[in-house]
Unconditional design. Structure first.
Length: 439
């Protein structure tokens, strides 16, 4: 899903959390006052943060434009140890773990970037795991067919931060609580960019070529950070509303946020999700149609909406029809090569009862799924269900249907019936004759 959908403001979070718990006007007023205060603080922070050149703020926070903290490593597992950040050289400090699927998925890409930039950029992968865990991981096969190990695939430096010193100095100080997460340290040893390594290509190129606008990105990054914190608070409040079943109050809160922050597409998605859970599917369908109308070339957005529509217990024929439309458009926009989107499209066909189409699209999902066990398991489930439908059980084949009678038995039954009818006719005639009175 695009980053547009996760941008929220801290003032919106205050309102959402407070309003969901408000039972009187006084509490509501307090929420509004907190919102205004948050806006003032945010404006002040934006105005001053662009000039930040220190290692950390007084509150111990780390953000773009500050001097990068030194990296304190317990042990270097692979590659040349980095003693410090050299002037004129660019570094990428990436935090990962062996159990993190997205981290592993991005490692081949990071390796290609290291090979691309060679001596101009040094990539450092930092994990808090034990040495034994990491070394065992490196010996495992990354590609089952070729047998190539992770150690052979990863072409950049790996380090262990067992006491979490570097993790605290970077991740915790920057308010990052999810991995993978990368920090670009520029030629002047300042933090240039913070984010998911899957989106690092463009900013890294600009940093290396000297075209990077740190100040412009800083303002954007601070807004995104506040948005992430607000989103977390909003989701917590909405979970409480879900537990209490108070959907009307939750929707009222979201509408208020949309009114205040119309540019934040995330709130529209949030409202759509709540409408589906509140069994107001018709309204959700109309909102989804409006969302995609404003985002014509967003396949991941279409996929997210389609999956919500098809996976919901409150799906209807109307919602499934829209899910099929969105999933089809998303698949076309990605040239039918995105496994997740193909998986969604197959799911829609399955829910509509078109098992043959579901299998056909799920097979394509497996083709582009890079060995995803979940996608393969879904295909097997579809295939098994189709086999059960097409192949009658042995007991069904051996059994004679109640409304079918073998030809020989049918002929015998007809003869027996004819004899019975003849005998009955003779009996009736005899009885009639016996009952006649003589003239």
């Amino acid at each position: 899903m695009s980053s547009l959908l996760v941008r929220v403001t801290v003032s919106s979070a205050f309102l959402l959390v407070a309003m969901l718990g408000c039972s009187n006007q006084a509490a509501m007023q307090e929420a509004v006052e907190k919102s205004d205060k948050a806006n003032d603080e945010s404006s002040t922070q934006e105005a001053t943060s662009a000039n930040a050149k220190t290692t950390a703020k007084e509150d111990g926070k780390l953000t773009v434009g500050m001097v990068a903290p030194p990296i304190e490593i317990t042990q270097w597992i692979q590659g040349k140890p980095v003693e410090g950040f050299k002037s004129g050289h660019t570094y990428v400090v990436e935090f990962w773990a062996t159990w993190c699927g997205p981290c592993l998925a991005g490692m081949p890409h990071i390796s290609k970037l290291q090979e691309l930039y060679q001596d101009d950029v040094t990539f450092i992968g930092v994990t808090r795991e034990k040495e034994e865990v990491v070394t065992n991981f490196l010996e495992k096969a990354q590609d089952k067919e070729s047998g190539e190990t992770w150690k052979e695939v990863i072409s950049y430096t790996l380090a262990i931060d067992s006491d979490s010193a570097t993790n605290k100095a970077y991740m915790r100080a920057a308010g990052q609580d999810g991995i993978p997460c990368a920090f670009i340290v520029g030629p002047d040893s300042h933090i240039e960019w913070i984010g998911h390594p899957g989106r690092i290509d463009d900013p890294l190129e600009q940093v290396v070529t000297g075209k990077w606008d740190r100040e412009e990105y800083l303002v954007r990054h601070e807004k995104e950070q506040r948005a992430a914190r607000a989103m977390e608070a909003a989701m917590s409040a909405l979970r409480n509303a879900q537990n209490e079943g108070n959907w009307d109050e939750a929707l009222t809160s979201i509408d208020k946020l949309i009114e205040q922050q119309p540019e934040q597409g995330y709130f529209q998605m949030l409202k759509f999700s709540v409408l589906m859970r509140a069994e107001r599917t018709g309204e959700a369908v109309k909102l989804a149609e409006a969302i995609v109308k404003d985002n014509e070339n967003e396949p991941q957005l279409r996929n997210a909406l389609a999956w919500e529509l098809v996976a919901s217990e409150n799906s209807t024929e109307e919602s499934l029809a829209l899910a099929l439309q969105l999933a089809t458009e998303a698949s076309e926009q990605t040239e039918h090569k995105d496994a997740a989107i193909l998986d969604t499209l197959a799911k829609v066909y399955y829910e509509q009862g078109n098992l043959a189409e579901a299998i056909a699209w799920q097979e394509k999902a497996v083709e582009f799924g890079e060995g995803s066990e979940a996608i393969e398991a879904t295909l097997k489930a579809y295939q098994s269900e189709l086999e059960e439908i097409e192949s009658p059980s042995e007991s069904d084949e051996d059994a004679t249907p109640e409304d079918e009678v073998p030809a020989e038995e049918e002929e015998a039954q007809e003869e027996s019936t004819s004899e019975k009818e003849s005998m009955q006719s003779d009996t009736e005639e005899g009885s009639a004759a016996d009952s006649e009175e003589p003239e």
